[in-house]
Each structure stands twice: as structure tokens, then as C-alpha cells.
Design a protein around this ligand. Structure first.
Ligand SMILES: [Zn+2]
Length: 468
């Protein structure tokens, strides 16, 4: 594939997002400085890895300033230097990209993303990000870095979210959009609060081992595959069924944090790309299924292998009614919108709205057929929606944060079941809502607790039986 064709295809989905036109934006020089201080910390390395991963999926040229010698401590990349891992990552994402490692004089660049401790970073062209645990912060011309750091805080949520914030801000400047010249914002992804000072925000430790039980991950596209990358950063235990009938295409490589250019050019199956990534993760057993969820359910023995969490990260073929008709336990869904927004929805049976209350049973058929529509493998029309790399990553982060919260006692009492965040207007912070069941929903209103307990009884019976 020629260079021009690669960028035309690769940027296609991003150019469908409001205010984004990567072909016509002025070429601005971009530098990424990774602070040499605390470079042996998990949070600084995750922030660096995620920032470079997202940046190299839309920006074809930048310079990275990072030391030669630091060992990479990110699970899956041990025994190599961070520099080697970073260079391999960006080249794998964009084979035509011009990425160099060099020391940076910030005043020589139009935009500089500064990662980590930055008390000496100055200049109106510089955006800093910092994070640890559940906390993510960023700003310009005003600084408030973390004063206390814990080298071994192995929570990837805050660092990954800080990377989303930083890269979104670089993109805004690259596109010439209106931005705040002087600001500072901190977020806690634990309770979804924000403040100009991180000291007031919640940052509890996470358990050393995350046991997720059995997951049905429906959809291995932008959000699903990016979630799999986040799983690989954790000490995690469980079974994960990867369900998707689609294969990777070049436009998909812009919004997934896992798909490589090679995956897109060779059009490998999405489940295989995610599988080969998760296969290396100790404790997590992935099972790839190249089919839609309806087909998976038909061949799967649900009575003997009931999921603990269903992740709805796809939007094809009336997926919502298929999920809800099969008496799901906790369901989580995440969506992104072309106006730089990301949503998280939660569905606990009998407590929350269900996934059909959210999306409706016939919505798929009512999506208007427009010029952007393509015919998917099922022969039905599917609208191609715009997406940006930090939107899919933020969706994955919100899903993971909810899984981590669901492991905390008293979780079911959490009131809110819908979260919105916009990267267009980040000072609004997270909007949290409690949405009610749809009294006209034809699925959840006809399901009873007895039907649910029948499934659960079967499971406990079989578990007892196996134990004997
Ligand atoms: Zn419902």
C-alpha cells in the first residue's frame, strides 16, 4: 500500500468526527518529553506507553525525548528498555510514520506533551500530564504535580486516562481548535469527581489480584480491543470469551490500542488479534469466537457456564435483545460519539434499566440509510461513525473502572448507572445519572427473579457437584 492511500484509509473514521480534518490541518511540529524523574514507576511508564500509542495512530511525525537506559516494567514487555518498546510500538502502528528519539528543546516545537514530573516545564506550547492510581491530571501554564508517589501503584486507570487527556489536547492544538491557554484539572476515575487540586480527590488502592470470573466480551473493535490492552497491564485472573465476527481493516487501526498496521493490511480476525494479545497474560484465559453473540449463545452451554459480567461493546444485529433475553448478570456498555464524547452504562438486573431499555429493541432497523452506510457481513446496513483513539480508550477505561468498582463491597448500592464525559469541554467533568427502567420495555418487564435464580441455582448445583 502506498503512503498516501494508507493515510487516507487510516484517517477515514477520525475525519468523520466533528471538527476533525487531518488531511487539511496545518503541519505542526510535535514533541513528547518523558520526564526522566520516576521513570521506574509503573504509572509514568503506562502514561508514556498509552500516550505514544494514541498519538502514533493519528500523528505521522513526532520526536520523543526519553532516556536510553530505563528498563520497561510494563507486564508483557519486561527485559527490554522503555525506549525499545516505545519505538517498536509507534513503528508498528504507523509504518510510514517519521518517529525519532532525540533530546528536545521545547521552544523548537509547536506543541510539546510533557509526561510526568514537570515543575520546570514552561511555555504556552506545553501541555503536561501526570497520574497515579485512580488520579489523572493535566494542564498548561499552571502546575500541580503529585507530591507523594508510590512506585508500585499498579492501577493503570489514572495513567491511561491522563494519556487520553493529553493526546486530546495535542489534537485540538494540531487542528487549530480553540483551547484554554492556562488551566489545571485533576480527575478521580474512582468516584468520577474533578478538582483543580488532586489532594481532595479519592484514590483508594486496588486489590493486588483482580478476579473477574467469566466475561463475555461482545465486540473486539475499538473499545473492546483497547480494554484487552488495559487487562494486560493488570494482575488479573479469569476467563474471557472474545466474540466478534469482523476482521481488522486499516481504518480500525486508528481507534484500537491493539491492532497493528500489519493486522489491518492482512485483515486478520479481530478476535485473533485480541487473543494473541491476551494469550500472553498470566491468569487470564481467552477464548476466541468468530461469530455474532446470537450464534455464540446457541452453541454455548449457558447453564453450565454462566457469565459473571457481560460487556456489550458492539452495536450490530439487535445485540441488545439477544443479551437481555438470556438473563444477563451485570451488563456494562460503552459508546463513543462523534462530538468527542464517551458514555458508560451499567445494568444490574432489577435494580437498573436494562440494555434494551437503553437502546430499544428495533433501533438497529431504524438507523437511517445514508451515504456513509456500508453493508456488513450480515447483509444489513451499518452506519460508519467517527471515532478518535482517545475516545475508544476512554470508553475502555470507564468499563475497567466499573469492573474494579464492582469488586468493592457495597457496590450494588452505587446509585448512578450512566456516565458521560466530553473531551470537547473537559471542565464539565463527568456527568453521572441514574436512569430508570423503561416501563414499556418488552424484555426486562417480563423477566422474573425466579427465572434468574433458576440459572443461578443450576450453576451452584453444578459447582457443588464438581466439588464432590
Ligand atoms: Zn428493559
Amino acid at each position: 500500500m502506498e503512503r498516501e492511500e494508507w493515510y487516507r484509509l487510516r484517517n477515514d473514521r477520525m475525519n468523520r468526527v466533528d471538527d476533525v480534518n487531518l488531511a487539511q490541518s496545518t503541519k505542526r511540529s510535535i514533541g513528547v518529553v518523558i520526564s526522566p524523574e520516576h521513570l521506574d514507576h509503573y504509572s509514568i511508564q503506562i502514561m508514556s506507553y498509552m500516550s505514544l500509542n494514541m498519538l502514533s495512530r493519528w500523528c505521522p511525525s513526532f520526536t520523543i525525548d526519553l532516556p536510553d537506559e530505563n528498563q520497561c516494567i510494563i507486564p508483557g514487555f519486561r527485559n527490554r528498555t522503555l525506549k525499545e518498546v516505545a519505538l517498536e510500538l509507534v513503528q508498528r502502528n504507523d509504518p510510514f510514520g517519521e518517529f525519532t528519539v532525540n533530546s528536545i528543546l521545547p521552544s523548537d516545537y509547536n506543541i510539546v506533551l510533557y509526561i510526568g514530573e514537570c515543575s520546570h516545564a514552561e511555555g504556552s506550547n506545553m501541555i503536561w500530564i501526570d497520574a497515579e492510581g485512580w488520579l489523572a491530571g493535566y494542564g498548561q501554564n499552571m502546575y500541580s504535580n503529585l507530591n507523594k508517589r508510590n512506585k508500585n501503584n499498579k492501577n493503570p486507570i489514572g495513567p491511561s486516562f491522563a494519556a487520553c487527556l493529553g493526546v486530546s489536547e495535542v489534537l485540538k492544538r494540531h487542528l487549530g481548535l480553540q483551547v484554554s491557554e492556562s488551566f489545571i484539572r485533576w480527575y478521580s476515575i474512582y468516584d468520577l469527581q474533578s478538582d483543580s487540586n488532586h489532594v481532595t480527590l479519592s484514590n483508594p488502592p486496588i486489590s493486588r489480584l483482580l478476579e473477574v470470573g467469566t466475561l463475555h466480551q461482545i465486540g473486539c473493535g475499538a473499545v473492546g480491543s483497547s480494554l484487552d490492552l488495559l487487562f494486560s497491564f493488570l494482575n488479573i485472573k479469569g476467563n474471557i470469551h472474545l466474540i466478534d465476527y469482523d476482521s481488522v481493516s486499516v481504518p480500525n487501526t486508528a481507534s484500537s490500542m491493539v491492532f497493528t498496521a500489519k493486522d489491518g493490511l492482512e485483515e486478520i480476525d479481530k478476535v485473533d488479534s485480541c487473543y494473541s494479545f491476551l494469550e500472553k497474560v498470566d491468569g487470564l484465559i481467552p477464548y476466541p469466537h468468530k461469530c455474532d453473540y446470537g450464534t455464540f449463545i446457541k452453541k454455548h452451554d449457558l447453564l453450565n457456564d454462566y457469565p459473571d459480567i457481560v460487556l456489550c461493546l458492539a452495536n450490530e444485529k439487535n445485540i441488545w435483545s439477544t443479551i437481555q433475553h438470556n438473563y444477563p448478570p451485570l451488563v456494562l456498555h460503552a459508546t463513543t460519539s462523534p462530538n468527542w464524547g464517551v458514555n458508560l452504562g451499567r445494568h444490574i438486573p432489577f435494580q437498573d434499566w436494562c440494555i434494551v431499555c437503553r437502546f430499544g429493541i428495533d433501533e438497529y432497523e431504524t438507523i437511517p440509510v445514508c451515504s456513509q452506510a456500508k453493508v456488513d457481513s450480515g447483509g444489513e446496513k451499518e452506519e460508519i461513525l467517527g471515532i478518535l483513539p482517545f475516545l475508544s480508550t476512554a470508553g475502555a477505561i470507564l468499563i475497567l473502572s466499573e469492573i474494579l468498582r464492582s469488586r468493592i463491597d457495597g457496590y450494588c448500592l452505587t446509585k448512578d448507572n450512566f456516565v458521560q464525559f466530553s473531551f470537547k469541554d473537559t471542565n464539565v467533568g463527568f456527568i453521572k445519572l441514574k436512569l430508570s427502567r423503561n416501563e414499556n420495555c418488552t424484555v426486562c418487564n417480563n423477566q422474573t427473579k425466579e427465572e434468574y435464580s433458576f440459572l443461578r441455582r443450576q450453576i451452584s448445583y453444578n459447582q457443588i457437584h464438581k466439588g464432590e
